[in-house]
Ligand binder design. Structure first.
Ligand code: GLN
Length: 494
């Protein structure tokens, strides 16, 4: 593997600042890597080679002229195809948006460009971010670089697989119920769901607006911190954006965990998880104790209702948000005799089966006579979960659990059984319902040689302590994030 694609973002930054490499060289090395790996992994819906090289050359020109460059200068980044990019096709991996070219950039995209990150491509995903395997993409599934017969997780599977495959040191995903953390766990990289409202949703194509958050993906905690600092911040164009300063993650990043109280969520350590996940996660939590953290058991008594509440709230919001795809304003139109027929045919042809299932569940849950029994009840459960977290944080700085009950599963294994797919997110969904930050950190491999992720969670706006704990464990474990072993990318791409 080329040393420039093996390097992490902070390392590349150092080389660029010392003028030992150019942004063009960094970018070209990653585009070459994508050409090698993507025929096997299929992480990208579209690569942006020319735009990436143009941007890199402009950065090099500014560096030579002694001018300012941004905080992410020259760092390649895989962008989930759910964020609007001006003039560049943005599909949400849906036929209904195929060929849609947004007239504006999402705030996150604007910030990335201002920071001089190099967007190398638009990454594959489950259609409209609904799924946990990337198999719901209308175009093709993405494969896990650790085992090409397995899923990368989802819905941000493309961005995560790209980072795991060394196509880019940085990725951007979105997490509504686990879509950054679960694939990060399955592909052995770091994925973060920030506090709801910390990162702007303007220009993020909506799935479930009260849950959606944009989050960073990287192979090292300091890289993820760098990326989050670049995309966070108040945005008047997003009514739910928190009017707060960008969090300072770097001051305390290396402060260690001595004196921190880590609560192990007992409801997330019960039945349903694989033995491999249990033993690797337990060992990682023990290491936090050995590093000086005080490890205690905590309970989130209502967390077990999280999946049920989520699968009423998220589809309800989705059924409303996706009503805009009517063949009139965006993307696909299938003609019909009447307006109603045109709309029905457009939506029938444009949406895949999982998206249709969500729209139907949501429409039902919101309908007169059922609203109180389903949607309103789910919102009450959400409040109970928020209170559970508040009680847990009265005695703890961070909480810990597995990210996903299993390691990566085979393509097709859960595709026919929506419920087993939904249960992939049982440990991640409660943080979305609570609006609180959480991340997944690779902490080892199971007996099949597949990555296991530890989930760390923190109170609302607790990102500094979240990154601090993750960094301490990352340094202690010194995990090698290179996919290897039977059936992995290492066997087909040098
Ligand atoms: N897998 C969950 C779902 O299908 C979460 C998706 C997400 O976070 N976008 O809804």
């Amino acid at each position: 593997m080329h040393p420039l694609v093996a390097a992490d973002a902070v390392g590349l930054q150092r080389l660029l600042k010392a003028r030992e490499v150019s942004a063009t060289e960094i970018t070209q090395a990653h585009l070459d890597r994508i050409a090698d790996t993507d025929p096997h992994v299929s992480a990208f819906i579209r690569t942006l080679d020319q735009a990436a090289l143009d941007h890199a050359r402009d950065i090099d020109r500014r560096l030579s002229a002694g001018q300012e460059v941004g905080a992410l200068a020259g760092l390649p980044l895989a962008l989930k195809d759910i964020l609007c990019t001006k003039g560049v096709e943005t599909t949400c991996a849906s036929r209904v948006l195929q060929h849609y070219r947004p007239p504006y950039d999402a705030t996150v995209v604007r910030k990335l460009r201002q920071a001089d990150a190099i967007v190398v491509g638009k990454a594959n995903m489950d259609e409209f971010a609904m799924g946990s395997s990337c198999e719901n993409s209308a175009f093709f599934p993405t494969r896990n670089p650790w085992d090409l017969e397995r899923v990368p997780g989802g819905s941000s599977g493309g961005s995560v697989a790209a980072v795991a495959a060394n196509d880019a040191p940085l990725g951007i995903g979105t997490d509504t119920g686990g879509s950054v953390r679960q694939p990060a766990a399955l592909c052995g990289v770091i994925g973060v769901k920030p506090t709801y409202g910390l990162v702007s949703r303007f220009g993020l194509i909506a799935f479930a607006s009260s849950l959606d958050q944009v989050g960073p993906i990287a192979r090292a905690v300091p890289d993820a911190a760098l990326l989050l600092e670049a995309i966070a911040g108040h945005d008047p164009r997003d009514a739910t954006s928190i009017p707060t300063d960008v969090p300072d993650l770097h001051t305390t990043l290396e402060a260690g965990v001595e004196g921190l109280r880590v609560g192990v969520v007992s409801e997330f350590m019960g039945a349903g998880m694989s033995d491999g996940v249990r033993s690797v996660v337990t060992a990682a939590i023990d290491r936090l104790g050995a590093l000086g953290a005080e490890v205690v058991d905590v309970s989130l008594p209502h967390a077990g209702y999280g999946v049920s509440a989520y699968y009423l709230i998220a589809p309800s919001e989705c059924s409303s948000n996706l009503s805009r795809y009517d063949g009139v304003r965006y993307g696909l139109r299938v003609d019909g005799e009447t307006t109603e027929q045109m709309m029905a045919s457009t939506r029938d042809a444009g949406f895949g089966p999982e998206v249709k299932r969500r729209i139907m569940i949501g429409t039902y849950a919101l309908s007169a006579g059922y609203y109180d029994a389903y949607y309103a009840q789910a919102q009450r459960v959400r409040t109970l979960i928020i209170r559970d977290y508040e009680a847990a944080y009265a005695g703890c700085d961070v909480l810990a659990s597995p990210t996903s009950p299993t390691t990566a599963f085979k393509l097709g294994e859960r595709a026919a059984d929506p419920l087993s797919m939904y249960l992939s997110d049982v440990y991640t969904i409660p943080s979305n319902l609570a609006g609180a930050p959480a991340l997944s950190l690779p902490v080892g491999l199971d007996d099949d040689g597949l990555p296991v992720g530890l989930q760390l969670m923190a109170p609302v706006l607790g990102e500094p302590v979240l990154f601090r704990a993750a960094r301490a464990l990352e340094r202690e474990l010194a995990i090698d994030s290179t996919p290897r072993g039977n059936g992995s990318l290492a066997q087909v791409a040098a």
